[in-house]
Design a protein around this ligand. Sequence first.
Ligand SMILES: Cc1ncc(COP(=O)(O)O)c(C=O)c1O
Length: 335
Amino acid sequence: VDYGGQTSTDGTPLRPVDARWLDSVTLGEGNTPVIELPSVGETLGLNSLHAKLEYLNPTGSFKDRGTAVVMAAAKQHGAAEVVEDSSGNAGASVSAYAARAGIKAHIFAPANAPEAKLRQIRAYGAQVHAIEGTREAVTEAALAFHHEHTVMYASHVLSPYFAEGTKIFAYEVFEEFGAELPMHIVIPVGNGSLLLGAWRGFSELKDGGSINYIPRLHAVQASGVRPLVAAFNAEDEPANNGTIAGGIAVGSPARKAQIVEALHAANGEAIAVSDAGILRWHAAIAEREGVFGEPTSAAAFAGVERLVAQGTIGPWDSVLVPVTGFGLKDVPELG
Ligand SMILES: Cc1ncc(COP(=O)(O)O)c(C=O)c1O
């Protein structure tokens, strides 16, 4: 597999995806609403805080943007089956688009993934392969399956088609805000598929002369699993102590160097937040704004709080947070 080098699994260069394949698999992803969060903004001391409700994508997370393009490519390549490994949301997304495309999906997921996500994956008719052990063990099992059965690896992490889909997030932000782009976008990051897509989209817009500046893109991780924060700050590799934010519980992101490079280029920061902070913000955005995200998504708000406290975000800076996944997918026990 060498998707990073822009080649398909058998070494042939990637072909552009013909629009008719996208038309045949789309489920209406993208064009998610942007809303203001006045109450939470005031608490944070911010004059302008907006959320882009990525959980209103067809399977309840931003992953649908990337999956639509990956699955259109799979259809164009004539794939009959695909394999993917995921903590849940990418698996649900691939399962839905595979169903739509008439392709059989094999989803490798951690055995302890939230039950609601596993049920969603099964509902689309995909075969779930539950794997005990770390998130990395799940990837290894999926890769072994890919090699053994010669099934296309529809990886949301490695496939360059995926970022071609997530980059549309940036184009929509431009459509929504025009020349007055937010100054900061704060993203929960595990493998970096939204961050790298956003960076690519904004870079294209800037290179094409549509925008004058790229918003500062910040990555938020959990303090228990923070390989990007450590790499960004040139610290030693930290231990993986786990987190309730399952979507960003990625101990060894395959694109770590690329993500760190994008963060520096986007004048961003990489910061870690505690599980307690994540739970506090998970409740606050639901109770105060009616926005029900996953704990993973709430991590971004804990991140905004940190960035304001350390002075990276000033009171007059405009801030946008993508709310990446829907709350019902991963409901924490409330004590
Ligand atoms: C809800 C949610 N937010 C954010 C992320 C992080 O995305 P990425 O791993 O591509 O950085 C995930 C990944 O699974 C997710 O499910």
